[in-house]
Design a protein around this ligand. Structure first.
Ligand SMILES: [Zn+2]
Ligand SMILES: [Zn+2]
Length: 180
């Protein structure tokens, strides 16, 4: 299979003549979204189509993969499926050095780009990060970490009192203090 590591699409042909362009590829290891490095499991596949729309270009794409997130209870790396779809309006302004978000006349977001070879990594990473769940759970029945010693209660019985019983123990202590 032909695998492209580069996240870009060349729009030279549709800048010259109306039409559409298509590109796809595979991302491995991680997606970098701003300051976040999102670790991936297996191949993450993306595809993008850009079509001329008058003076503008309509970009639509999708990205599908599996991101590793920490279980919110036990912190174990937990795979989470991500399916993201994105659409953006673009305008070509030769000479612009980097992708710039501009508000259009009708208040819509338009991205200005200055090179026919359009870098897609920003669009892909943004859509992927937005489609991720806020938190992950390795299993509905995950017991989490012991609040006393930090042991993984799914695999270890460290013998510490479960949190739910601490309230009862404190009530007993209170009664005891009242009686003294
Ligand atoms: Zn867990
Ligand atoms: Zn413990």
């Amino acid at each position: 299979m032909d695998v492209r590591d580069l996240q870009s699409i060349n729009l030279a042909s549709i800048i010259k003549e109306p039409g559409s362009a298509q590109a796809d590829g595979v991302i491995r290891d991680e997606i970098i979204a701003g300051d976040d490095h999102l670790p991936l499991q297996g191949d993450t596949r993306w595809s993008v189509t850009v079509s001329s729309a008058g003076d503008e270009y309509w970009l639509s794409g999708e990205v599908h993969g599996t991101v590793m997130m920490e279980c919110r209870r036990c912190l174990k790396p937990t795979p989470q499926r991500v399916d993201a779809y994105f659409q953006h309006l673009l305008e070509y302004h030769p000479g612009i050095e980097q992708l710039t978000l501009v508000e259009g006349e009708d208040g819509e977001d338009v991205y200005h780009f200055g090179e026919p070879d359009l870098d897609l990594s920003f669009f892909i990473a943004q859509a992927f990060a937005l489609a991720m769940p806020y938190t992950a759970l390795c299993d509905e029945s995950c017991k989490g970490l012991c609040p006393v010693c930090g042991a993984d209660l799914n695999t270890t019985d460290c013998g510490h009192v479960p949190q739910a019983d601490i309230g009862g123990a404190l009530a007993d202590l209170g009664r005891f203090l009242d009686e003294v």
